[in-house]
Design a binder for this molecule. Structure first.
Ligand SMILES: *[C@@H]1O[C@H](CO)[C@@H](O)[C@H](O)[C@H]1NC(C)=O
Ligand SMILES: *[C@@H]1O[C@H](CO)[C@@H](O)[C@H](O)[C@H]1NC(C)=O
Ligand SMILES: *[C@@H]1O[C@H](CO)[C@@H](O)[C@H](O)[C@H]1NC(C)=O
Ligand SMILES: *[C@@H]1O[C@H](CO)[C@@H](O)[C@H](O)[C@H]1NC(C)=O
Length: 394
């Protein structure tokens, strides 16, 4: 009896803990959805439709414009790539839009030092109505993705029941593991269950997923950024502790370079996503992005903080009556990243604070490793980041 129990426990542990060693730092890259959605009209819009050409052109930009060196290495496909299933039930891409197939695209990404991510949906259909991955297809689809040499899978959750998702996501994690190919696993599961316990079991997600979408899809607007931020902050006591190397909360893509954010709002999203230890998935047209937006996304300090090896998610530590909020993220070497975030809608505001108010102990001497951005008189400042407040060594 005792032996049986021990064996059973060992089995359970083996089934559930599928640590694949990937994504020790938040993933960085490019994801098609927010900017290119489900544009499949390659006759009218050959440059921008979801197609091999779009992904190859983005791959070229990632490799040639300095992105890859900074860590933006994932080239991720989202919905609307699927053409159907072949006679054996294997997923196949749309033959017109992906004439050379997915293995070709993966090879192309790899030849440029990039990784390829793909999309599927745990359910009858993808969110846009393409063939889904039903429970009986989970293992087969995992094998297909591994055969193509895909490096990441985003598994969406449209057209399924909570019961099917509860079975399907762990099953996909096990199926990916069984392929033997390291494939990072991005789970949309919690977003379909409201994002919070008791419906969402974050202990389980940490075991089976490398990142997960907790909340609504981001849309190209500042109000969307704020609604996501508000939700993450409201629930930070639950969400902050579950993030760490290999398992991240995902507040969704960066909007920077698109149409909905001002320059200051774009900087603010970058700073906030950075302290939240969020995946940095751009979703913009890298062929036409402005130098200014490129500067935001390629800011070396932001990337360094986002990729900090401790992998601790930051928190909002202060919400002032003046509509200034302070966010703090602990970093390696006793450093801290601090974001001063203004929700004011009037004009630049001179915010004063002190180390004591931010709970930095007075028994140490601190150095400021990076100067805070100075408010400019011409624009309204939405955020400013002072990184690396750090005890001086002596
Ligand atoms: C599968 O899971 C085991 C146990 O956590 C792990 O050691 C192994 O690296 C995983 N393999 C892949 C390919 O993810
Ligand atoms: C999925 O399809 C099956 C078979 O047609 C159907 O019985 C089931 O209700 C569908 N599930 C959902 C969540 O739409
Ligand atoms: C959550 O998942 C973990 C790991 O699988 C499991 O041990 C635990 O019992 C689950 N918690 C709840 C409340 O279901
Ligand atoms: C500082 O520490 C106190 C006591 O632990 C706590 O109540 C307060 O919220 C902290 N303030 C900040 C800004 O972290």
């Amino acid at each position: 009896m005792l032996l049986k129990t021990v064996l059973l426990l060992a089995l359970v542990a083996q089934v559930l803990v599928l640590e694949n060693g990937l994504l020790r730092k938040p993933p960085m890259g490019w994801l098609a959805w927010e900017r290119f959605r489900c544009n499949t009209d390659c006759n009218e819009d050959p440059k921008n439709c979801i197609s091999e050409r779009l992904f190859m052109e983005m791959a070229d930009r990632l490799a040639q414009d300095g992105w890859r060196e900074l860590g933006y290495e994932y080239l991720n496909i989202d919905d609307c790539w699927i053409g159907g299933r072949d006679a054996k039930g294997n997923l196949v891409p749309d033959p017109k839009r992906f004439p050379n197939g997915m293995a070709f695209l993966a090879d192309y990404a790899h030849s440029l030092g990039l990784k390829l991510g793909i999309y599927a949906d745990m359910g009858n259909f993808t969110c846009m109505g393409y063939p889904g991955t039903t429970l009986d297809k989970v293992v087969q689809d995992a094998q297909t993705f591994a055969k193509w040499k895909v490096d990441m899978l985003k598994l969406d959750g449209c057209f399924s029941t909570p019961e099917e998702r509860a079975e399907g996501y762990p099953k996909m994690a096990a199926a990916l593991n069984a392929t033997g190919r390291p494939i990072a696993f991005s789970c949309s599961w919690p977003a379909y269950e409201g994002g919070l316990p008791p419906k969402v079991n974050y202990t389980l997600l940490v075991d089976i997923c490398n990142l997960w979408r907790n909340y609504d899809d981001i849309q190209d607007s500042w109000s969307s950024v704020l609604s996501i931020l508000d939700w993450f902050v409201t629930h930070q006591d639950i969400l902050q502790p579950v993030a760490g190397p290999g398992h991240w909360n995902d507040p969704d893509m960066l909007l920077i370079g698109n149409f909905g954010l001002s320059f200051e709002q774009a900087r603010a999203q970058m700073a906030l996503w950075t302290v939240l230890a969020a995946p940095l998935f751009m979703s913009t047209d890298l062929r036409t992005i402005s130098a200014q937006n490129m500067d935001i996304l390629q800011n070396p300090l932001m990337i360094k903080i986002n990729q900090d090896p401790l992998g601790i998610q930051g928190r909002r530590i202060l919400k002032e009556k003046s509509y200034i909020e302070v966010y703090m993220r602990p970093l390696a070497s006793e450093a801290s990243a601090i974001v001063f975030f203004s929700r004011r809608t009037d004009m630049p505001y001179p915010y004063r604070t002190s180390l004591a108010r931010l709970n930095f102990t007075s028994s140490k001497v601190y150095e400021c490793c990076a100067p805070p951005c100075r408010p400019r008189t011409s624009t309204r400042v939405t955020s400013s980041v002072a990184s690396g407040i750090k005890p001086t060594s002596h």
